[in-house]
Ligand binder design. Structure first.
Ligand code: S3P
Length: 443
C-alpha cells in the first residue's frame, strides 16, 4: 500500500539503475485483445497497477480467463469476440480512462450489454467523445447528463463500419471505434488531426487483423481496419513505460550529481515526445542499445544532471507526450528562461485539469507560471517548497510534485498519493533506492 501522504526532501544525485514498470497502454490492450482472441496469450512484463488490474477484472466479467503464472507472466485465455458475455454486475474501471473507453468499444460491437462506472475522477471525465461514434455504429447507449459515467451500453450484433473524424488526436477514442469495428461488415476508418499512440493498431495486427495507417496531404492521420476480423492468440512482451520513465528521467536531469540508467524503455516514436523535448532543452539523455523486444523498439536511457534551458514546445508534438506535461513543467522550473507549452487543452480533461492543478501547484511552491485555456508557460527559478500540495488523486500530479520536492529549498508534502499505484506502484521505493528521499507522511 502506498501512503496517502508522502514528503519529498532535497537530496544528492540519483545514481544506479531504475527499472520502471511495464507500459500501461500496452498492458491494457494485451488483456483486452487477449480476451477477445481465440486461444491463450502469455503476457510478459505486464504493469501490475490498479488501472490494468481493473481492466483485467472487467475482461474476466466479460468471459475471459486471466491468471498470473508463478514466473510473473499473465495468461489470458480468450473466447473469441463471439464468446464474450454480458457481465452480471456493473464494470468498475476505477480511475482508468483507457480501460473504460476501450471496453465501451468492445461491448458496443457485440450483442451484449454492460454498465460502466468508475471513481470520482473518472466519473467527471467526458465520455460522449467515445459514445457518440459508438451510437452511430449502432449501439444503444445511455449516460448521465453531459455524457458522464455511469454509462450503459447495449451493443449490436451487426455494427456498422465507422468513418469517424475525431477533433482531437486521442488513442482512446480511436481504439474504442476500432474495437467496435472488429465485428462490423466492411472497413472502419478513423481520422485524426495528429497521430496518437498506435499500440492498438500494432497489437491488432499482431493478433491477425488487417490494419492500414496513412497520412493525407493536410496532415490528417487515417487508420483503416478490415471488419469481421478473427483474432488469434499471440504472446505479448510489454516494454517498460516511457511515461513512467519520465519521472526518474526528469529527477536525474534536475538533481546535481545524477547519472542514472533506465533500461528497456519503449521507444515508439508516438510516445517519445518528452525525450526529444528534454534533449532540445539541453538534457543529456543518451539513447543506447536500441533493439526490438516482442515487436516493440526499446532502448536503455542514460540520464545525467544537466543545465536545462527553456524552449517553445511545438504543439504538433503534444500527442506524443500528452501525459508528460506535468513532469515537463517540473523540469521547466529548473531551466533557464521560459518553457512554453501550447496547444495542450486536452490536459484539462485528464485525471484532473492538469493545466490548472500543475500551474497552481508550482505557483504555491514559489515558482513562476502563466497559463490560459490551452497553454502554460513556466519560467525557471529556485523553488521554495515548504508547503503541501493536494494531488487530487491524480497519479502523475502526485509523482510530479514529489519530483519537484527533490530540488526545492524546503520539502514538499503531497497528499492523495495512494493513486500512484494506478500506474507506478514502485515509484517511491525505486526513487529512494537511487538516492531520493521520499518519506511516509502518514495516512
Ligand atoms: C492512452 C491515451 C491517452 C493518454 C492515456 C493513455 C491510451 O489518452 O492520456 O494516459 O492508452 O490509449 P487520450 O487518448 O484520451 O489522449
Amino acid at each position: 500500500m502506498i501512503s496517502e501522504t508522502l514528503i519529498s526532501t532535497h537530496h544528492g544525485g540519483l545514481t544506479g539503475q531504475f527499472d520502471v514498470p511495464g507500459d500501461k497502454s500496452i498492458s491494457h490492450r494485451s488483456l483486452i485483445l487477449g480476451g477477445m482472441a481465440i486461444g491463450t496469450t502469455r503476457v510478459t512484463g505486464l504493469l501490475e497497477g490498479d488501472d490494468v488490474m481493473a481492466t483485467g477484472r472487467a475482461m474476466q466479467a466479460l468471459g475471459a480467463t486471466i491468471t498470473r503464472d508463478a514466473d510473473g507472466s499473465w495468461i489470458v485465455t480468450g473466447v473469441g469476440t463471439s464468446g464474450l458475455v454480458s457481465p452480471d454486475k456493473p464494470l468498475d474501471l476505477g480511475n482508468s480512462g483507457t480501460g473504460v473507453r476501450l471496453l465501451m468499444g468492445v461491448v458496443a460491437g457485440l450483442p451484449i450489454a454492460a454498465t460502466f462506472c468508475g471513481d470520482d475522477s473518472l466519473s467527471r471525465r467526458p465520455m460522449a467523445r467515445v459514445t457518440d461514434p459508438l451510437v452511430r455504429m449502432g449501439a444503444d447507449i445511455t449516460a448521465r447528463d453531459g455524457g458522464r459515467l455511469p454509462v450503459t451500453i447495449s451493443g449490436t450484433a451487426t455494427p456498422l463500419a465507422a468513418d469517424h473524424v475525431s477533433k482531437v488526436a486521442s488513442a482512446q477514442i480511436k481504439s474504442a471505434v476500432l474495437l467496435a469495428g472488429l465485428n462490423a461488415r466492411g472497413t472502419s476508418i478513423v481520422r485524426e488531426p495528429h497521430a496518437s499512440r498506435d499500440h492498438t493498431e500494432s497489437m491488432l495486427r499482431h493478433f491477425g487483423a488487417t490494419v492500414r495507417q496513412s497520412v493525407e496531404d493536410d496532415g490528417t492521420h487515417i487508420v483503416e481496419l478490415e471488419g469481421e476480423a478473427v483474432l488469434t492468440a499471440a504472446d505479448v512482451v510489454v516494454p517498460r513505460d516511457p511515461s513512467s520513465a519520465a519521472f526518474p528521467m526528469v529527477a536525474a536531469l534536475i538533481t546535481e550529481g545524477s547519472d542514472l540508467l533506465i533500461p528497456g524503455v519503449g521507444m515508439n516514436p508516438l510516445r517519445t515526445g518528452l525525450i526529444t523535448t528534454l534533449q532540445d532543452m539541453g538534457g543529456q539523455i543518451e539513447i543506447a542499445n536500441e533493439r526490438t523486444e516482442g515487436g516493440e523498439t526499446v532502448a536503455d536511457l542514460r540520464v545525467r544532471h544537466s543545465q536545462l534551458h527553456g524552449i517553445d514546445v511545438p504543439p504538433a508534438r503534444a500527442a506524443s507526450m500528452i501525459d508528460e506535461y506535468p513532469i515537463l513543467a517540473v523540469a521547466a522550473t529548473q531551466a533557464a528562461g521560459d518553457t512554453r507549452m501550447r496547444g495542450v487543452a486536452e490536459l484539462r480533461v485528464k485525471e484532473t485539469d492538469r493545466i490548472g492543478v500543475v500551474a497552481e501547484g508550482i505557483l504555491a511552491a514559489g515558482g513562476t507560471v502563466t497559463y490560459d485555456e490551452d497553454s502554460m508557460t513556466v519560467t525557471g527559478g529556485q523553488i521554495a517548497g515548504g508547503m503541501s500540495i493536494d494531488s487530487q488523486h491524480d497519479h502523475r500530479i502526485a509523482m510530479s510534485f514529489l519530483t519537484l520536492g527533490m530540488v526545492s529549498t524546503a520539502p514538499i508534502t503531497v497528499t492523495g498519493c495512494a493513486t500512484i499505484a494506478t500506474s507506478f506502484p514502485g515509484f517511491a521505493t525505486g526513487m529512494n533506492a537511487c538516492g531520493a528521499a521520499v518519506t511516509d507522511g502518514g495516512a
